[in-house]
Design a protein around this ligand. Structure first.
Ligand SMILES: *Cc1c(COP(=O)(O)O)cnc(C)c1O
Length: 395
């Protein structure tokens, strides 16, 4: 792998840079403090208190009790284990309610569960990516083991009204899991007010490293571990603790909580300036997803008559990182399942790119993108930037 020179990064929903403060916090644990936290001697077991400190910090980001936080290996594991636990503890309940726009870690897991005899209702979405809550209410059955609905969509940034979803699930007496991976650090989270049963987080979407996540499990809720082995995480998730990364996650959560308001405002301004300018200056462009009920950092835009693949390639040549849909589906020629679920045909889905900003983006980054993008789109459309005629060409 070449050393990365200068990149302009607009793919923060795929992963984020590790914050220097987070790296700093982890270094002692990589270098010197490498003991096993379950050991009988202090070199190991003194680390248990650092893990607990990290747990408190992650809990604080959610307004949770630290005892409600279980560290996992990633957001995917958190999502998988919440659903698996609900099924394992309710053997008579063989139905799941989810949506057609979930992250692959929910949707592909549910597809797999269907192959084992579980039935799944995938709620459809409207053209703006929103959910029909009446349909949610109607889809819950006596044999529904769990409802699993994401809080914010990773491709469009569209926010679901999790408070109302939670109220519906509570009134029906059914468990609710929410994938909040994209929400952490962008929207205030208060699990006590929400009343969700499970909530998934991933550290690498929050300026901490890949390979560490957390699952919030409501206090006194029954939980069946997914990874079975040693008694780590109070018997809820086996495997020797990833101390350095837990500490890093804790530091990232602390920073996110402290800077949330300020960053939300700043990133939203950058995103809005970028999006408004693209929609105004490049003809035949459309925003995918609701304008308002949306994360502060995400913009998903269709460029009629140009292919996302070509746009991304030419952006990459200019050192700009963006994506089409989710990182997991790039490389496959399938149109995004999220945009398809919103009712867009595959041409529009394949003409759409996602630009997701983060706390390290600057006005200069946006200016740089705005300088290159119109030219790139015009080139792919086979016209000069000012011409209204569009003839798509491939790169
Ligand atoms: C990235 C992401 C995940 C998966 O998290 P990993 O830690 O990469 O497994 C799950 N859900 C959403 C919405 C995501 O954006």
């Amino acid at each position: 792998m070449d050393q990365v020179k200068k990149i302009t990064y607009f793919d923060n929903n795929a992963t984020t840079r590790v914050a220097p403060e987070v790296l700093e916090a982890m270094l002692p644990y990589w270098r010197d403090l490498w003991g096993n936290p379950s050991a009988a001697y202090r070199f190991g077991n003194q680390l248990a208190k650092d893990i607990e400190k990290a747990r408190e910090r992650v809990a604080a980001l959610l307004n949770a009790d630290p005892r409600e936080i279980v560290f996992t290996s990633c957001g995917t594991e958190s999502n998988n284990s919440a659903i698996q636990s609900a099924l394992a503890l309710n053997p008579a309940k063989r139905h799941i309610v989810s949506t057609s726009v979930e992250h692959s870690s929910v949707i592909n897991h549910c597809d797999y569960l269907e192959s084992t005899g579980v039935s799944v209702t995938y709620l459809p979405v409207e053209a703006d990516g929103s959910l029909d809550l009446h349909m949610l209410e109607q889809s819950i059955r006596p044999d529904t083991a769990i409802v699993s609905i994401m809080w914010a969509n990773n491709e469009t940034g569209v926010l679901f009204p999790i408070e109302e979803i939670s109220a519906i699930c509570q009134s029906k007496g059914v468990l609710l899991h929410t994938d909040a991976v994209q929400v952490a650090g962008k929207v205030p989270i208060d699990v006590k007010a929400l009343g969700v049963d499970f909530l998934a987080l991933s550290a690498h979407k929050l300026y901490a490293p890949k390979g560490i996540g957390a699952l919030y499990i409501k206090r006194r809720a029954r939980f069946q571990p997914y990874i079975i082995g040693g008694g780590q995480e109070k018997g809820r998730r086996a495997g020797t603790e990833n101390v350095a990364q837990m500490v890093g996650f804790g530091r990232a959560a602390e920073l996110a909580l402290a800077n949330l308001k300020e960053e939300e405002t700043r990133v939203r301004q950058l995103r809005d300036r970028m999006e408004t300018s693209i929609l105004a200056t490049i003809p035949s462009t459309f925003r995918n997803g609701a304008r308002d009920a949306r994360l502060c950092n995400t913009s998903n835009i269709a460029f009629d008559g140009a292919e996302a693949e070509g746009i991304l390639l030419l952006l990459d040549r200019a050192g700009i990182c963006a994506s089409s849909g989710s990182a997991c589906s790039t490389g496959s020629l399938e149109p995004s399942h999220v945009l398809t679920a919103m009712g867009f045909d595959s041409t529009r889905a394949k003409a759409s790119i996602r630009l997701s900003l983060g706390i390290y983006n600057t006005d200069a980054d946006v200016d740089y993108l705005l300088h290159h993008l119109p030219e790139i789109v015009a080139r792919l459309r086979g016209v000069s930037p000012d011409s209204p005629v569009r003839i798509p060409v491939s790169v």
